[in-house]
Design a protein around this ligand. Structure first.
Ligand SMILES: C[S@@+](CC[C@H](N)C(=O)[O-])C[C@H]1O[C@@H](n2cnc3c(N)ncnc32)[C@H](O)[C@@H]1O
Length: 246
């Protein structure tokens, strides 16, 4: 495995070149425009350390146990990982190498610092990536996860097609927004009240949208997850789609 460093302002991006080549033939530069700023990254980093902090450990735990990833080796991708907090939880519970693939490079220096601090620096990489044109070769990843990002993707069907392309046959994608069912209801309720209107959305509509995307891509076997633990009738736990590559 060979690494090289690219200086981008004050940010170091590690581009991981894998034996078989992780990149798709011609990686296109994502449109790093005014939306993907340092300020946007700092806002999300702050939220991930503040109100959203309790979300990531239970979600990591849930993903690893649900998809039996504990002993699996290979590569995992968190698409739109931002601060990468979920990756660090997944890293601690698996043997996989995890890639923070995000369209905003301003997260990456922070992510590496946190990974180093937790002794996980050698288990992670970052790749500047637009979900709609993933810079990975076909059949590359053993799992792709994404939390709180898909609703930003302009062409969602294209992005989900890319996820499908990049998954290894038999590998799973778990893409969505919100929480896992093992997050304590009190905690979920508190997060929703702290985040207020910013996190309000129609879960039924989102679920329908995900179903439409699956239909458009002719992915017949998929599961929509709408976590709803006991006592959480008044709390939005979000919506997720799980699908496996044939
Ligand atoms: C609300 S944040 C969620 C971050 C992280 N997944 C979490 O749960 O803490 C949304 C993330 O999606 C990323 N994003 C938005 N559009 C994207 C795209 N087209 N391709 C890749 N990442 C994207 C943003 O840069 C940001 O990091």
């Amino acid at each position: 495995m060979m690494r090289f460093w690219l200086r981008l302002d004050s940010i170091s991006l590690t581009l991981l070149l894998c034996g078989a080549g992780c990149f798709n033939s011609a990686p296109k530069a994502p449109p790093v425009g005014e939306k993907y700023t340092e300020q946007a990254a700092m806002g999300m980093i702050k939220a991930s350390r503040g109100p959203l902090a309790p979300v990531y450990a239970p979600l990591g735990e849930y993903i690893v146990s649900t998809f039996e990833m504990g002993e699996k080796e290979g590569v995992g991708i968190d698409l739109g990982s931002g601060p990468g907090t979920l990756i660090l939880e997944l890293c601690e519970r698996t043997r996989l190498h995890w890639i923070n693939a995000d369209i905003n490079p301003h997260f990456f220096a922070h992510f590496y610092r946190e990974a180093q601090r937790r002794g996980l620096g050698h288990r992670v990489s970052t790749v500047l990536a637009d979900a709609q044109a993933l810079p990975f070769r076909d059949n590359y990843a053993d799992i792709i996860v994404s939390r709180g990002s898909f609703h930003f993707w302009k062409d969602k069907e294209k992005a989900f097609a890319e996820i499908y392309r990049v998954l290894k046959p038999g590998a799973v994608a778990y893409i969505g927004r919100g929480f896992s069912p093992n997050l304590a209801v009190e905690t979920a309720r508190k997060i929703r009240s702290q985040r207020g209107g910013r996190m309000k959305y129609d879960v039924d509509k989102s679920a329908d949208e995900l179903r439409g995307i699956m239909k458009g891509l002719r992915i017949a076997e998929y599961t929509i997850h709408r976590p709803k633990p006991a006592g959480a009738d008044d709390v939005n736990y979000g919506v997720w789609v799980e699908f496996h590559k044939k």
